[in-house]
Ligand binder design. Structure first.
Ligand SMILES: [Zn+2]
Length: 438
């Protein structure tokens, strides 16, 4: 069964190992020269560099060396599995494996516990070895656990656009070249809660793999773009660990999902764009605003500072003396026009011209080759990140070289290029003309 989670990359020297897992067998590599047992399988023996390696079948009995319980997770694809136990287990063959302990309540897992191997199918080529308590009385067998061990369809645990509750996700535009992601909690001015953060991360990672899409439009439903993190979750952040998770998992991972989605992300600032909302906007590639939109970073009024990249990105996005005023003043009434004059936004439209003007810009950019937009985003990100000019020029040269030889662009170029020896005199004349006309 296929799953959406990442699956092991099978190499020539690990092929036998993974093949065995499909038959419910745990293979350990053995060096015939120095008699070492080796895990994970390698090309050569790490002890003596011999290539004279073979396989032994392990009975799959082990003892827990150490373990930890996963309660939170950055990667949405694994969120459905939470909570789960990651452990290192020692096998009598003298090897230590990193694995999961399954079929057991996390509170019943203990160091020194005897465990035995079970296999979870993840693809047509491999199953993952995991371990369950050897003592059957410690095992649990709820319907959920049964499924997770035999390999529940990932679709039932991971997020899907149909399940989104706080955002809208739609592919559209000419040639399906635009993905519209809309923050959809208008009654809360699109404040970001945990659910919305997880859905945004999922949506931006999802769209990365859609080849027709060159542009993502990030907008807010109703009157606001986004007013930042939902203050209602603040009491639950009193615990320091929660607070760190909120900053790094939800906050920064939403931005990383935007900056690494390989599409040109166009932010449509149709209304209030404050605090964390402005910080999310700063992660986008282009910022278009309605003149009446109000903007600012208000965190300092609560005695804190922008924590989703504001202090890092604002000074990189505009003249620093103006960025400092925005952060220190805590004003929430900067107009879009003021922000534009201070050097932040791409463009500002009068309210009644906003929709039409925005649409025109999106359609134009979306008509370009997605692969060229992607490369442009990557090259400019490297350059804007402050590398020296020579490096930036080298990155640019490599990027264009790569583009020129991508199949997509080759096809386009082939239309302009035929082998000269096969051309008639008349065609040659035409080619010369069309070159001149360029
Ligand atoms: Zn060896």
């Amino acid at each position: 069964m296929e799953t959406q989670k990442p699956t092991p990359v099978i190499q020539p020297w690990t092929k036998e190992f993974w093949k065995a897992t499909k038959q419910g067998k745990l293979f350990v590599q053995h060096c015939n020269d120095c008699n070492s047992n080796i895990f994970f399988p390698k090309k050569v023996c790490p002890e003596c560099w011999s290539e004279n390696l073979s396989w032994i079948e392990s009975p799959g009995k082990a003892k827990v060396y150490t373990f930890t319980e996963m309660l939170d997770m950055v990667e949405p694809k694994f969120m459905g599995d939470l909570p789960y136990v990651i452990a290192m287990v020692d096998l009598p063959e003298g090897i230590r494996m990193t694995t999961r302990i399954v079929n057991c309540k996390p509170e019943n897992v203990a160091i020194g516990m005897n465990v035995e191997v079970v296999f979870q199918d993840v693809s047509s080529d491999c199953a993952l070895p995991m371990f369950q308590p050897a003592d059957a009385s410690l095992r649990i067998k709820t319907a959920d656990q049964e499924e997770s061990v035999t390999g529940a369809p990932e679709a039932e645990t991971g997020l899907k656009p149909e399940d989104y509750q706080t955002i809208q996700y739609e592919i559209g535009g000419k040639n399906d070249a635009v993905c519209f992601i809309t923050l959809n909690r208008p009654e809360k001015y699109n404040a970001i809660n945990r659910r919305m953060a997880a859905e945004l991360i999922d949506a931006f990672r999802r769209v990365r793999d859609i080849l027709t899409v060159g542009v993502v439009v990030l907008a807010g439903a109703g009157k606001a773009f986004c007013t930042g993190g939902d203050l209602e979750i603040f009491p639950s952040l009193a615990e320091h660990q929660n607070s760190l998770n909120w900053l790094s998992h939800e906050g920064l991972d939403v931005q990383r999902a935007i900056t690494s989605c390989e599409k040109v992300v166009i932010c449509k600032i149709n209304g209030h764009c404050l605090a964390g909302g402005l910080e999310v906007a700063l992660a986008c590639d282009l910022l278009y605003a309605k003149a009446s939109a109000k903007m600012g970073t208000t965190e300092i009024n609560m005695g804190i500072l922008p924590g989703w990249g504001g202090t890092a990105r604002l000074p990189r996005s505009m003249p620093i003396f103006r960025a400092r005023e925005i952060i220190y003043s805590g004003r929430k009434d900067y107009t879009a026009k003021e922000m534009y004059d201070m050097g932040l936004l791409t463009r500002v439209f009068a309210d009644d011209e906003f929709e039409a003007g925005f649409e025109k810009i999106v359609n134009n950019i979306a008509s370009k080759k997605p692969i060229a937009l992607r490369m442009g985003k990557e090259i400019m990100a490297r350059s804007a990140d402050g590398c020296d000019l020579e490096t930036a020029l080298a990155v640019e040269r490599n990027g264009i070289q790569w583009l020129t030889y991508s199949p997509d662009i080759q096809e386009l170029m082939d239309q302009f290029r035929a082998r000269p020896d096969q051309l008639t005199q008349q065609q040659k004349q035409q080619n010369i003309k069309s070159d001149v006309n360029k």
